[in-house]
Write a protein that binds this ligand. Structure first.
Ligand SMILES: [Zn+2]
Ligand SMILES: [Zn+2]
Length: 168
């Protein structure tokens, strides 16, 4: 294989850019978001996330009495008081966690990959959240609606965008 000088230079500069991005991420890392349930038996820490999504699906509305407003917590979530968390497997691929003492909803977790979706309401020290996206918009009942300008996805669009092929 013959590597031309231009492609070599491109590779080197991409490598540098990657290192620089990584350094920027390391140095700009903020303190984790901290939240807790009503009775404070459970505390949750996650990496800072500003973008809030709303889920209008029937399961979320049944679970919480209204749409679920949540942030993406990733897989690096720290839970204190885990002995007070009860989980309910709500589908083949996810479970929902709540405080067994006060009932506060704590997370929606994809079992594969350990990805947490966290109700934004448990994080009340952070106030600069921004409503970015509404999912399962086609399942939203007509008696409420958010006026925030957001990206709106139907059920089919959500599965096309987020679902791994295995669970389609
Ligand atoms: Zn509690
Ligand atoms: Zn939902």
């Amino acid at each position: 294989m013959r590597l031309s000088i231009t492609s070599f230079l491109i590779e080197v500069s991409n490598q540098n850019r990657y290192d620089l991005e990584r350094l920027t991420i390391i140095y700009s890392q903020k303190l984790p978001m901290k939240g807790n349930c009503l009775c404070k038996a459970v505390a949750i820490e996650a990496q800072p996330e500003k973008e809030v999504s709303v889920c209008h699906c029937g399961m979320c509305r049944r679970w919480g009495g209204g749409p679920l407003l949540c942030v993406h917590g990733g897989s690096q979530v720290r839970i204190e008081g885990i002995e007070n968390v009860t989980t309910y497997k709500s589908s083949e691929w996810a479970e929902r966690g709540f405080c067994r003492l006060c009932g506060t909803h704590l997370f929606y977790k994809f079992m594969q990959g350990n990805e947490y979706i966290l109700p934004v309401g448990i994080f009340q020290e952070d106030s600069d959240f921004e409503l970015k996206e509404q999912i399962f918009i086609d399942q939203k009942p007509s008696y409420y609606s958010f006026s925030n300008p957001t990206e709106n996805l139907t059920e089919a669009e959500v599965f096309a965008k987020y679902a791994p092929p295995a669970i389609e």
